[in-house]
Design a protein around this ligand. Structure first.
Ligand code: BGC
Length: 430
């Protein structure tokens, strides 16, 4: 075994020994337990959004998209052919990403940005990309923050009402429909793919955070007895909180340094908010273990943790070291060692992401007929922009082996600005 492989293996990072089918089974069984209401299983949150209602044409709706790092506002309208038109789009920092803010500042910031647009529309669609329990009237209670957002006083409060109250103060009483970004992405895929006649739908986000939504039969959502057992409901899985995937010592070290230690450990192995810090943690531990030349060792230990973007660029081309990597006196062997240490986090993330998607496709119970595949709409920068380890194509390879062997047909779709479009659909039909 190579030095680096032995080092990774001794620290519990052995991608080759992960069993995709066993992981898939573990993920599926946590989904089932979550549908039954087990508190320590996946949250499996009903979205309470109708996915079959027609979207009214030529009606403008205001949209707010509170994602991982960005907050975007826009207005959207659909033409008679169902084509969305996004206008007035502007991008801002998500409050709480640069130090702690109060709930009041949080909702005021959101309301200040969306008010000029809401003034020209009758409703607001609010894409809120955090774990939140949805009420039947599509308000949402924040369960906890993820992605290291710091607005603690919003936890346990209703975010739709919080925004609405601030809009009312500005003389704008508008209904606010809240939905998760995975649900919005699923809806965007549905509205874009009408002509293809899909059997069912999955939405995946793989960006700063990660998560899936899919369509479940109400009869299987045993924790919600009030639902019509003949119907179906979109479920926000909150996949990032899956806790049964094996973790390495590096994952534990990184997690221990974060304010929300112990929560969303799956997301911390997959998503853009963490891959850079995780790679940096492995490199520093490798330096401590003497895997680099002496000059690089010291510089590596002094280097700040890289951003996910820089780690990816470095792993893609270690001859053009970006950001803090540029200051390292890397020898040829050092570059090879760094690659051998970091590429496994991408190959592992790709496998975990595929397991997550496959579990959702299987649970839809659809896709057996090639005429009507399952539409899997994917959004997020980590999926589309990660260059290391041929990331997206690696996910696709795992998906093929997990799903084609079961005779399931699916199509991966990309819809530009899916969360904004999905939030518009929700605002119009909600
Ligand atoms: C949140 C999910 C969200 C996902 C993708 C996670 O951190 O918990 O609600 O869908 O990120 O944005």
């Amino acid at each position: 075994m190579q030095r680096t492989e032995l080092f990774l293996s001794e620290n519990g990072l052995r991608v080759a020994s992960l069993d995709p089918v066993a992981l898939l089974q573990a993920f599926s069984s946590e989904m089932t337990r979550g549908l039954g209401g087990a508190a320590d299983a996946l949250p499996m949150i009903p979205a309470f959004i109708a996915i079959d209602r027609p979207v009214p044409p030529d009606t403008r709706v205001a949209v707010i998209d509170a994602g991982g790092t960005n907050l975007r506002v826009a207005t959207v309208w659909f033409d008679a052919h169902g084509k969305p038109h996004i206008e007035d789009l502007s991008r801002h920092r998500m409050p709480g990403t640069q130090g702690e803010v109060s709930a009041e500042v949080f909702f005021e910031t959101l309301a200040d940005l969306v008010a000029p647009l809401a003034a020209r529309t009758a409703a607001v669609g609010f894409c809120f990309s955090y774990p939140a329990e949805i009420t039947p009237d599509c308000d949402a209670r924040l369960l906890c923050w993820t992605k290291q957002i710091q607005v603690p006083s919003v936890v346990n409060t209703m975010v739709g009402s919080g925004l609405r109250k601030q809009l009312v103060r500005r003389g704008l009483d508008r209904p606010v429909t809240v939905l998760n970004d995975t649900v919005a992405t699923l809806l965007a895929g549905k509205s874009a793919g009408v002509a293809r006649r899909y059997d069912s739908y999955v939405g995946l986000i793989l960006g700063t955070g990660t998560n899936t939504a899919y369509v479940e039969q109400n009869a299987n959502i045993t924790k919600c007895r009030l639902l019509d057992p003949r119907g179906a409901m979109t479920i926000n899985v909150e996949s990032g909180s899956f806790s049964k995937a094996p973790r390495s010592r590096f994952d534990q070290l990184l997690d221990a340094s974060l304010a929300d230690c112990g929560s969303y450990t799956f997301e911390k192995m997959i998503a853009g908010a963490y891959l850079g810090s995780l790679g940096g943690t492995i490199l520093k531990e490798g330096a401590r273990a003497g895997l680099f030349t002496p000059a690089t060792t010291q510089a590596m230990l002094d280097m700040p943790l890289p951003s996910s973007k820089d780690l990816d660029l470095f792993c893609h081309n270690p001859w053009l070291p970006p950001g803090s990597f540029a200051a390292l006196p890397l020898s040829e062997d050092d570059r090879r060692t760094a690659l051998e240490l970091c590429l496994p986090i991408y190959t592992r993330a790709a496998l975990f992401a595929a397991v997550n998607i496959a579990a959702a496709v299987i649970r839809t119970g659809a896709g057996a007929d090639p005429l009507h595949p399952v539409a899997v709409t994917i959004d997020g920068s980590t999926y589309y922009r990660t260059l290391a380890a041929s990331f997206a194509s690696r996910i696709q390879g795992h998906l093929r082996s997990l799903l084609e062997s079961r005779g399931l047909h699916y199509e991966l779709l990309s819809v530009d600005e899916a969360p904004v479009i999905g939030a518009a659909v929700a605002g119009l039909i909600g």
